[in-house]
Design a protein around this ligand. Structure first.
Ligand code: MN
Length: 230
């Protein structure tokens, strides 16, 4: 094979304890905590819905280090969404929720950074969300902790502090669609692959960050993710 351009580097995320996890796709779940659904103006439980970010939107941050992201263009309402990220070790179609846990390779703390003003304008116009969600550096992520090391995560605190002040707080047990149910639903629509990541949704408290702000996300059992906006 003779490539006519240099091939892009593969996207990988460091694994806690060593190694690199190769990323295939990045799926995201919308409105998956009741209080966040309410703050976004929705009250009823609805079927889960999904969007994607390009894999190269990920900004991997090593344990104990601070990651940096640029304040993106075209927005004046740049929001944080702290999320549990699920990393798949095996894929498949039509995976039953009961079988889903065996496809999980590990977990990470992630941020689904959002240009809320652009997302809102696209929603209102009935247009795609990519410009609000799928831009460069929109997905900072901490190291992936292998499931073999932390066990299946179905409960535990998920928090985000900005400049030391608590902005978001929830519990993984409050997910409207559990990780297993999310995998079931996703695998009906797409053939899941080893290396897929799933951002599982954010608890209430989403708000804007400014240049210079430092975000510290934490999930019980996974450690912290520190990211500064430049
Ligand atoms: Mn999100």
């Amino acid at each position: 094979m003779s490539l006519v351009l240099p091939a892009p580097a593969p996207v990988t995320v460091p694994v806690a304890g060593g190694g690199e996890f190769p990323v295939h796709r990045v799926y995201c779940v919308g409105r998956n905590y009741a209080e966040h659904a309410r703050e976004m103006g929705h009250s009823d439980r609805e079927p889960p819905f999904f969007f994607m970010k390009p894999a190269d939107a990920l900004v991997p941050v090593r344990e104990g280090e601070t990651g940096f992201i640029a304040y993106p263009p075209l927005t004046s309402d740049f929001h944080h969404e702290i999320e549990l990220v699920v990393a798949l070790g095996t894929g498949g179609r039509d995976i039953a929720a009961a079988d889903a846990p065996r496809h999980i390779w590990g977990y990470a703390v992630g941020l689904d950074m959002t240009r809320r003003d652009l997302q809102g304008a696209m929603k209102k116009a009935g247009r795609p969300w990519e410009i609000g969600k799928a831009f460069e550096q929109s997905a900072p992520i901490g190291p992936i902790t292998p499931l073999a090391r932390c066990g299946e995560l179905t409960k535990g605190a998920i928090t985000l502090h900005v400049g030391g002040a608590l902005r978001q707080r929830g519990d993984l047990a409050e997910l409207i669609w559990s990780v297993a149910e999310t995998i079931e639903q996703l695998s009906r629509a797409w053939t899941l692959q080893p290396g897929d990541l799933i951002f599982s949704g954010t608890p209430a408290g989403v708000a804007a960050v400014q240049r210079g702000d430092t975000m510290v996300g934490a999930i019980a059992g996974l450690g912290t993710l520190t990211v500064q906006v430049r």
